[in-house]
Design a protein around this ligand. Structure first.
Ligand code: NAD
Ligand code: MG
Length: 338
């Protein structure tokens, strides 16, 4: 199902892309290849300035990129966006221009309170930047979700759809959402299932086997390495495809033991996590943590890095040369907050 959205609404627009990381680079290149006028805004001496220049962009400081732009895409890390807005965007964005985000965190939790005379929209491709770029180059696109927070021009939704079309998203599918839904579901997914839930499930499974006397190398393969095979099946064809490709023994074990591990009490705790996201508790804690210099974040991260599963994992991965890091690692990277 593709969308009929085109880039027409932005045909004469100047687009400023602030940030040239995972999303920024893919957006800037796809928009330019769709025939749109793109300028890139970065800190002088920042790590990606030269990359944007090498890719053929006119690169200037964020404030200069904002002046005269009709649409400003904020694609820096979420935790620097409020300061960037105050210093470079708010004093310079012209009335009626559009401010675009790829994640609603700052606007939804009111870290950014946008000026009343501008459009505020969101376009988030449902994939990492590298995939947004390679799918575009293949003549396809990654589905995008889009939203309107504030519409002063009367064309805010058209601008969001035109931007998504410029990314190639309209070749696949566009889904309308709002800032609240995008922000809260994105945070919930990464906390309860993707990052938090999956990593804790793996670690507890590893500890259970090692504490029962099994070799850590064997435990690593069983609970971490082989997870990729299952996730690839989920990705390609859902639970149906996973069930088609695992043995009947594995299926029976899934049916009788899965609900013993993740049960209604787990679901209740998922609801508690969702409540903390919805009522702003998580955002408040995270902003306070960030502003305090990340003391707990650093300690908790170090504990994950020091876990025995990481020591045995590093040793085993060194013997599997097909698991190279680099650009491939970036493709599978879900880096959304900070
Ligand atoms: P990133 O960390 O890959 O890139 C950030 C870019 O911003 C870099 O070019 C960096 O040099 C630049 N930058 C940092 N501080 C800056 C500043 N003060 N002024 C100007 N430039 C600055 O970030 P990302 O992962 O592409 O995330 C960008 C946005 O996209 C975030 O809102 C994120 O939530 C959202 N998003 C990301 C993904 C993803 O898969 N990575 C998916 C959907 C949405
Ligand atoms: Mg964890």
């Amino acid at each position: 199902m593709s969308s009929t959205a085109t880039t027409d609404t932005l045909a004469k627009a100047r687009i400023a892309v602030l940030g040239y990381g995972s999303q920024g680079r893919a957006h800037a290149l796809n928009l330019k290849d769709s025939g749109l006028d793109v300028v890139v805004g970065l800190r002088p001496g920042g790590p990606t300035w030269q990359k944007a220049v090498d890719d053929g962009f006119h690169v200037v400081e964020p404030a200069h990129a904002v002046i005269g732009a009709d649409l400003i895409a904020v694609l820096t890390p979420d935790m620097v966006q409020a300061k960037l807005y105050k210093e470079a965007i708010e004093p310079n964005i012209k009335p009626g221009a559009a401010l675009l985000f790829a994640h609603g965190f700052n606007v939804h939790f009111k870290m950014i309170e946008p000026r009343q005379d501008i459009d505020v929209i969101l376009v988030a491709p449902k994939g990492p930047g590298a995939l947004v770029r390679t799918e575009y180059e293949r003549g396809r696109g990654v589905p995008c979700i889009y939203a309107v927070y504030q519409d002063v021009s009367g064309h805010a939704e058209d601008k969001a759809k035109a931007y998504a079309a410029g990314l190639g998203g309209a070749r696949a599918m566009l889904i309308k959402t709002d800032f609240k839904e995008e922000t809260e579901t994105d945070l919930f997914g990464e906390q309860a299932v993707l990052c938090g839930g999956a990593s804790e499930l793996v670690i507890k499974g590893f500890e259970t086997l090692v504490e029962a006397g099994y070799q850590p190398e064997i435990a690593y393969y069983e609970v971490l390495h082989e997870l990729k095979l299952i996730v690839d099946l989920f990705y390609e064809g859902g639970i149906t495809r996973m069930l088609q490709f695992v043995s009947e023994t594995a299926q029976y074990g899934d049916y009788v033991s899965g609900p013993r591990i993740v049960d209604d009490a787990t679901k209740q705790r998922m609801k508690d996590v969702l409540t903390d996201i919805q009522d702003g508790t998580f955002a408040r804690n995270w902003i306070a943590e960030y502003n305090a210099g990340l003391p707990n974040y650093k300690r908790l991260k170090q504990a994950d890095l020091d876990h025995p599963i990481e020591q045995v994992g590093a040793k085993l991965r060194a013997r599997m040369p097909w698991l190279q890091t680099g650009p491939k690692a970036e493709q599978t990277h879900l880096k959304k907050v900070g």
